[in-house]
Ligand binder design. Structure first.
Ligand SMILES: Nc1nc2c(c(=O)[nH]1)N[C@H]1C(S)=C(S)[C@@H](COP(=O)(O)OP(=O)(O)OC[C@H]3O[C@@H](n4cnc5c(=O)[nH]c(N)nc54)[C@H](O)[C@@H]3O)O[C@H]1N2
Ligand SMILES: Nc1nc2c(c(=O)[nH]1)N[C@H]1C(S)=C(S)[C@@H](COP(=O)(O)OP(=O)(O)OC[C@H]3O[C@@H](n4cnc5c(=O)[nH]c(N)nc54)[C@H](O)[C@@H]3O)O[C@H]1N2
Ligand code: SF4
Ligand SMILES: [Mo]
Length: 702
């Protein structure tokens, strides 16, 4: 028996923690994972680990995980050879496009795509061949407003200022719960320690959230905000700072600030208070506290992205940092200088270059808002979507009005899923093409090094051998591209493996051959715990990609959206608004099939304030029926003083009780899907992002 230690970054969430895995090999049997621990030698994560990483062994060993391509014949799934599968996909897609045009094929890419470097380098090798405008992804149920804001203000959608958490004195968090999520668009392993360090050095953490979240509970101050009311709070804050100061000049060259100041002067703290349910004196005090802190940063995440004014929220957050002198400043918000710099390597992008066929929603960066996916399939006419390719995504559970999407999927001519499981979405596919597991594949974080609170880099080789006959995701895309181009008689440029692309990118990047770091795959191989490339530094002035290389404080499309906000009506007295929730042992929709993570008390219930329960004659633990415009679900309710009265919380990613799902542990404790309640018509109209939070619902006894 031999035991070997391997080091690797965890790919399950954005924190990219370093892990140490022990692999045991015995004669006659396959190598097995005998332990998974945090790696104290990782200079970035310093040994941090959460329960999900330990479940990497369960993903690896899960008997429900697909290991071979399968084809649906009636209600049966039958194995199929790779080449036959590729040829079948090529034949069906080519035929549909020939009859109905390129846009008749839609694609949807899910969240794990950005955690899998081969998917980042190669999915477009195939999907790009389809030349369809109907491309969708999880971005439009997530961070789309953040990309759009950066694109409009800084000229590139990936130029996202990251909170300099290790050096700030005042961190204002809106709609983020890093203690459960481990941080998002802020790659920050061990976030709890880093937040406590702010407090230990005399600084302050303030959380704005309709629920006293885990992060709110450890903060110095927590403000309940009415769901969707952040935009009003942020207007109130910015306006108070303009009125009362102190503001601080920025070293950045900025266009349009005077115009903003003038345009928002009507949105005073007093006028905004009823919309956000925070008293005006508290708004003004928070503005003073934030503006007078030496080093402060305002950060917003899911809770403020997925609401009706998500883009205005993120624009206002940027302005708060800018006018207090905290944008591009140590202890404020800083952009990374990554080893693989996608900002330098790509153009800024485009917005609203075309629109979706049925509702006219805007494209961003070549993708349309996923809230339009079902209607593009269900609405007859030229350009109707008749085939779908899903890649590492589960839109039935992740996108608004999942029931409507199911109905649409049921009517498709053809569907293929590149996925590991037969789940709520892939059960509709004609073919499922499963890739190797993560530990059987190399790993480089093409995305999260871009969003990290320090500049870091690491590459790790696969830990477990690639099983015979298995393909990596990128190889599946190469196989599909070849078959499709052969079928449609198109030429296909040759490609190289993802690792070779990373090597090239590293060597030509700013830490590459021409620098003292000399980063390459070979150098990274000598640093299996990862390399720290130093703290974030001010660099935005030199990285701006706007036409005149100045910050745009008043982009025209944003200024136009102010009127939509001005028309907002005061909230109804008796409203009940639904918001989401994340738990550290869960991960979107796909990690409920591991006993280690789901054992113990269930976590999928509705949380409701005791007053709201009493008003409806309901009691803790009772089964209730929640209804919205689009549908209804039944689930148990828990009394929770964490909730703001008038607000209920249900986590997404549950609802595994649908017929045909082959995830045996997940189906034992299915819960219900929050996205059977969220509304595909509730959007941030500017970006088309889904407004998943603040959905009006009613709750009654089941
Ligand atoms: N109501 C509500 N809805 C939400 C949210 C919310 O807060 N509230 N959050 C939204 C957010 S932020 C996101 S990112 C989305 C996520 O939405 P999705 O990305 O659509 O869903 P996931 O649950 O991440 O599904 C991941 C899928 O990828 C598969 N998979 C995992 N690893 C791999 C791999 O390496 N290769 C391949 N080929 N497949 C793999 C899994 O089996 C699973 O089917 O959900 C969104 N939906
Ligand atoms: N354990 C775990 N970790 C994850 C994931 C997971 O599913 N589980 N998912 C990963 C993904 S894909 C993402 S995108 C990130 C998300 O990372 P975060 O954004 O940090 O995660 P959430 O828990 O969704 O935090 C959203 C917070 O916003 C609050 N909120 C809801 N509505 C409003 C509102 O109107 N205003 C304000 N101010 N707050 C509101 C919610 O109560 C919640 O506390 O997490 C990632 N990490
Ligand atoms: S916080 Fe947990 S899931 Fe996220 S990277 Fe670290 S160990 Fe993995
Ligand atoms: Mo996400």
């Amino acid at each position: 028996m031999t035991k070997t230690l391997h080091h690797r970054a965890c790919h399950l969430c954005e924190a990219i923690c370093g892990l140490t895995l022990e692999i045991t090999e015995e004669a006659g049997s396959a190598p097995r994972i005998s332990s998974i621990k945090g790696d104290p030698q990782d200079p970035f994560s310093r040994g941090h680990i959460c329960p999900k990483a330990v479940a990497l062994q369960d993903i690896q060993n899960d008997p429900d995980r697909l290991r071979h391509p399968v084809r649906r014949v009636g209600n049966e799934w039958q194995p199929i050879e790779w080449d036959e599968a590729f040829a079948l996909v090529a034949e069906r897609l080519a035929s549909i496009q020939q009859r109905h045009g390129s846009n008749a094929v839609a694609t949807y890419q899910g969240n794990p795509s950005v955690h899998n470097y081969g998917l980042m380098t190669h999915s477009n090798y195939f999907l790009g061949q389809l030349k369809t405008r109907n491309r969708f992804s999880a971005t439009s149920v997530d961070q789309l407003p953040q990309h759009l804001t950066s694109y409009l203000m800084y000229g590139h959608g990936l130029l996202l200022p990251i909170p300099d958490i290790d050096h700030t004195d005042f961190m204002l968090i809106l709609g983020g719960n890093p203690l459960a999520s481990n941080g998002s668009i802020m790659t920050v392993p061990d976030v709890e320690k880093r937040l406590k360090a702010i407090q230990a050095r005399g600084g302050k953490v303030v959380v704005v959230d309709p629920r006293r979240s885990e992060t709110a509970a450890m903060a110095d101050q927590h403000l309940f905000v009415r769901p969707g009311g952040d935009v009003a709070l942020l207007f109130g804050l910015l306006n108070s700072i303009f009125e009362e100061g102190p503001t601080r000049d920025s070293h950045l060259q900025v266009d349009g600030l005077a115009e903003v100041r003038q345009a928002i002067s009507r949105f005073t703290a007093e006028a905004m208070s009823p919309l956000c349910a925070i008293p005006a004196p508290q708004i003004r005090q928070l503005a003073r506290d934030f503006a007078s802190a030496d080093r402060a940063v305002c950060y917003g995440r899911m809770g403020v992205s997925t609401q009706a004014f998500g883009t205005l929220c993120h624009w206002l957050l940027q302005l708060l940092n800018l006018v207090t002198g905290n944008l591009d400043r140590v202890g404020g918000a800083l952009c990374t200088s990554p080893a693989l710099d996608l900002v330098a390597a790509t153009s800024g992008g485009h917005f609203n270059a075309w629109q979706s066929r049925v509702s006219g929603l805007p494209e961003y960066g070549g993708e349309l808002p996923v809230s339009a996916l079902a209607e593009e399939m269900l609405t007859e006419g030229e350009g109707q979507v008749r085939a779908l390719i899903t890649v590492a995504g589960n839109p039935v559970l992740s996108t608004p009005n999942g029931r409507q999407l199911e109905q649409a999927l049921d009517g498709l001519e053809f569907m293929v899923s590149i996925d590991l499981y037969i789940n709520e979405t892939t059960r509709y596919a004609d073919l499922i093409l499963p890739s190797t597991s993560a530990l059987e594949n190399d790993h480089y974080d093409t995305t999260f090094n871009l969003f990290a609170v320090r500049n870091v880099s690491r590459f790790n080789r696969a830990i477990l051998p690639k099983p015979e006959g298995a393909l990596h995701d990128w190889e599946i895309f190469v196989g599909l591209a070849k078959a499709f181009c052969a079928r449609t008689e198109r030429s296909l440029k040759p490609t190289v493996a993802p690792a070779q692309m990373i090597d090239m990118g590293l060597r030509t990047g700013s830490y590459g051959d021409a620098s003292p770091f000399k980063l390459s795959l070979a150098t990274l191989a000598e640093h299996p715990h990862g390399i720290d490339l130093g703290p974030l530094q001010p660099n935005l002035a030199g990285r701006l990609k706007t036409e005149n290389r100045r910050v745009q404080a008043a982009p025209a499309v944003i200024m136009a959206d102010l009127e939509r906000f001005a028309a907002l009506k005061a909230p109804q007295e008796d409203e009940l608004l639904l918001i989401g929730r994340r738990h550290v042992r869960s991960n979107n929709s796909w990690m409920h099939n591991y006993h280690r993570l789901v054992k113990g008390k269930p976590r999928h219930q509705l949380l409701m304030h005791p007053q709201d329960l009493a008003r409806r004659g309901l009691h803790d633990g009772q089964r209730v029926r929640i209804s919205s415009r689009v549908g209804a679900v039944e689930v148990e309710v828990l009394a929770s003083a964490e909730m703001m009265p008038g607000v209920v919380s249900l986590p997404h990613g549950w609802g595994h009780g649908r017929p045909g799902v082959q995830m045996s542990i997940a189906t034992e404790q299915p819960g219900c899907s929050a996205n059977d309640l969220t509304d595909e018509r509730q959007l941030d109209a500017l970006s088309g992002n889904a407004a998943l939070n603040g959905v009006p619902v009613t709750v009654q006894a089941a």
